[in-house]
Design a protein around this ligand. Structure first.
Ligand SMILES: Cc1cc2nc3c(=O)[nH]c(=O)nc-3n(C[C@H](O)[C@H](O)[C@H](O)COP(=O)(O)OP(=O)(O)OC[C@H]3O[C@@H](n4cnc5c(N)ncnc54)[C@H](O)[C@@H]3O)c2cc1C
Length: 433
């Protein structure tokens, strides 16, 4: 008989973990401190527009762990695949297609013809693992031997996939592991019909239809611990006991909850790491501005704009347009409080490519410090393991935990891995009995 599981945190990691276990017959209770589920993937309705607070796209959905959630537990997602021919780089004096496909590679001016061949060769070398990087060597240094155009393009790609303006600091093995998967995809970028709220609602529906319990406005405060096991967890409103506990809350929150346990020093390390942070500036317009692009990346400013409503028409009132713009922040930008400068930069990119956006503006959403990933994969920063030897019935998942991919893919992946570990334990127990 599958056991009792408490899942702490109702973001994408917590929801997907709870849904998979509930579907497999576990008695699941999910605790979320906020009044609303979704964590950083919530959608916010404003003046008829539906703004995605955080996540807006899935990269390589045909390689994503989400396919397993679709086939195994019946997750339904209305995918809206992105048109690579509408993705452009703004290189200052002109715009040019992004080499996201072979056609894009043929048409782009970002590489000369010799380097186009060279880039295709590098893609193949990555796909067959000849390019693997080197432990302890960041990708910027690793690519030093490449022609400037190739190095520049690889780093520009990494900027947009890792949401960073310091892509050269990404560890080279991680870079190639990531692009081995991404270069093999047929679905580089996909949006979700109904916004990310749709995926939050779909997981919620699976949990509830399989008897799972969801308790919102319940903040977990601490855990009680004995003999390498959690005995119970203490919430603001009640105490909870289960066979297994899955913590899908960021390291800084974990640090408080585990403060009085033998795991405290281990978790404190991860809580010190810096997150990936960005400035978000989304605009809802009453009328579409015609444009050849649905994605434009301003290379010098490191700002991108995506026309979400081109793909997901449910997020706008009829005839409207919703665009998301993002500028990356590094540590220095954060220390020097440069978020306002980034806002001006974003406005200048809107002005350049969507000149009359201000006259059509109905609603906007600005966030000066949005956390894209809780542990940024640069330098020696390490993602957290999903389980520790010191505690046998606690598991961890989220975009700060070890797994495949980056951003929400890490949340889904680590959640899938911990639920597999729990189900495996159950199988062993059943066989022994
Ligand atoms: C602007 C922006 C753009 C993004 N774009 C993309 C994108 O294009 N593609 C992509 O894949 N990803 C993207 N992401 C990242 C994606 O949104 C996150 O990776 C993902 O939502 C993280 O989910 P999570 O469950 O791991 O963590 P979270 O969403 O942080 O969930 C943690 C949950 O735990 C709850 N919690 C915390 N402490 C407690 C406690 N003590 N007790 C109970 N509950 C608690 C929180 O309220 C929260 O609901 C973006 C993020 C941002 C901010």
């Amino acid at each position: 008989m599958p056991g009792k599981v408490i899942v702490v945190g109702g973001g994408l990691a917590g929801l997907s973990a709870a849904a998979r276990l509930a579907h497999n017959g576990y008695q699941v209770t999910l605790l979320e401190k906020a009044p609303k589920l979704g964590g950083r993937a919530i959608s916010i309705p404003l003046k008829g527009f539906n703004f995605n607070f955080g996540a807006h796209a899935i990269y390589a959905r045909d390689k994503s762990i989400l396919r397993k959630y679709e086939s195994e537990i019946g997750l339904q997602v209305d995918w809206k695949d992105f048109s690579p021919s509408k993705a452009f780089y703004d290189v200052g004096s002109y715009t040019t297609p992004m080499p996201a496909t072979l056609e894009g590679l043929y048409r782009t001016k970002i590489l000369d013809s010799q380097n186009k061949l060279r880039f295709a060769y590098e893609v193949i070398k990555t796909l067959i693992s000849i390019n693997r990087g080197e432990k302890g060597v960041p990708i910027g240094e690793y690519l030093q031997k490449e022609p400037k155009q190739i190095r520049d393009l690889m780093l520009t790609l990494a900027s947009s996939n890792f949401f960073t303006n310091e892509p050269e600091r990404i560890p080279s093995p991680l870079f190639f592991e990531y692009y081995k998967r991404l270069f093999a995809t047929q679905k580089a970028v996909s949006y979700i019909g109904g916004g990310w709220q749709a995926i939050v609602d779909a997981f919620t529906q699976i949990i509830e239809s399989h008897g799972g319990k969801i308790i919102t406005k319940e903040k977990v405060l601490k855990v009680e611990w004995k003999d390498r096991h959690i005995q119970k967890i203490i919430g603001k409103n009640a105490e909870y006991i289960a066979d297994h506990y899955i913590f899908c809350i960021p390291p800084k929150e974990l640090n408080q909850i585990f403060a009085e346990t033998p795991l405290s020093t281990t978790i404190a390390e991860y809580a010190k790491y810096t997150p990936t942070q960005v400035v978000v500036y989304d605009v809802g317009l009453k009328q579409r501005i015609p444009s050849p692009y649905t994605y434009i990346y301003h290379k010098a400013q490191k700002v991108f704009i995506t026309d979400i409503s081109y793909y997901d028409t449910t997020c706008v009132p009829e005839g409207g347009q919703l665009m998301q713009a993002i500028a990356y922040l590094n540590e220095e930008d954060i220390q020097e409080k440069r978020a306002d400068e980034k806002i001006s930069l974003i406005e200048s990119v809107y002005n350049k490519h969507f000149p009359n956006w201000r006259e059509l503006l109905v609603a906007k959403r600005v966030s000066k410090k949005a956390i894209v990933q809780e542990i940024k994969c640069i330098d020696d920063q390490q993602l957290m393991p999903t389980k520790f030897y010191q505690c046998q019935n606690a598991f961890f998942a989220g975009d700060w935990c070890q797994g495949v991919g980056q951003l929400s893919e890490l949340s889904f992946n680590s959640a899938y891995n911990v639920t597999s570990q729990i189900m495996k334990l159950q199988k062993v127990a059943t066989t022994v009995a």
